[in-house]
Design a binder for this molecule. Structure first.
Ligand code: HEM
Length: 182
């Protein structure tokens, strides 16, 4: 039996996260800073939509639905191999989602205030002192590494589900539909 797991808002936001992050990286490497900024705005817009959708969206999209207490996380992790993966986010994956969204927020918001002191400054650079802009630019550079590490972990977890539990998580993030497992 099939189940509808990810609604189109969740899927569209996810696509914008991937596209925006890849584009921000590539355009930065090419020194196309206008495009770099626009890539960041796409991610920031998708993030705003996703946060609101986490409050009013379909059940699997809601924070209240997938952010569980430590007991639920432990119960899931300690029996990981011997129970079916839940249809939406699992209790540990819920925290991975929060970490990814937080990393995207830090990355995009610090970008608004960043200043390379050569040719490019974020649109809100004028709101803060030179010292604060310097600090936020530093965080913008450092947090990219944190985001990369989280994405690597994200992709490793997805691969582990595919290889060890034989569960395809990628298909549902594209089509919205998954096979019922519980
Ligand atoms: C910049 C790169 C990426 C970021 C920032 C990112 C971020 C996220 C976030 C925030 C979620 C939670 C979805 C939600 O509830 O709104 C998610 C879920 C998911 N992502 Fe990504 N993602 C990235 C790359 C990828 C890639 C390349 C793939 C495919 C191989 C992928 C596959 C998935 C899948 C399958 C889920 C659902 C996991 C589950 O079933 O719980 N992601 N991602």
């Amino acid at each position: 039996m099939r189940r509808y797991v990810w609604d189109w808002v969740v899927r569209l936001c996810h696509l914008a996260f991937i596209g925006g992050c890849v584009s921000a990286y590539v355009t930065y490497q090419m020194s196309k800073m206008d495009w770099h900024a626009w890539s960041g705005y796409v991610v920031l817009g998708a993030l705003a939509v996703r946060l609101v959708w986490g409050l009013i969206g379909s059940p699997n999209a809601r924070f209240a639905d997938f952010v569980k207490g430590p007991g639920a996380v432990w119960a899931y992790v300690s029996r990981w191999k011997n129970q079916p993966a839940p249809t939406g986010h699992n209790p540990l994956g819920g925290y991975a989602v929060l970490a990814l969204l937080a990393a995207l927020a830090v990355q995009t918001v610090t970008g608004l205030f960043s200043d390379d002191e050569v040719a490019t400054a974020g649109p809100l650079r004028g709101w803060v002192s030179d010292e604060m802009a310097h600090t936020l630019t530093h965080i913008h550079r450092l947090s990219f590494n944190a985001l990369l590490a989280l994405v690597a972990l994200h992709l490793t977890a997805i691969a582990a589900y595919a290889v060890i539990k034989r569960v395809n998580l990628v298909g549902p993030m594209i089509t919205g539909w998954t096979k019922a497992r519980d």
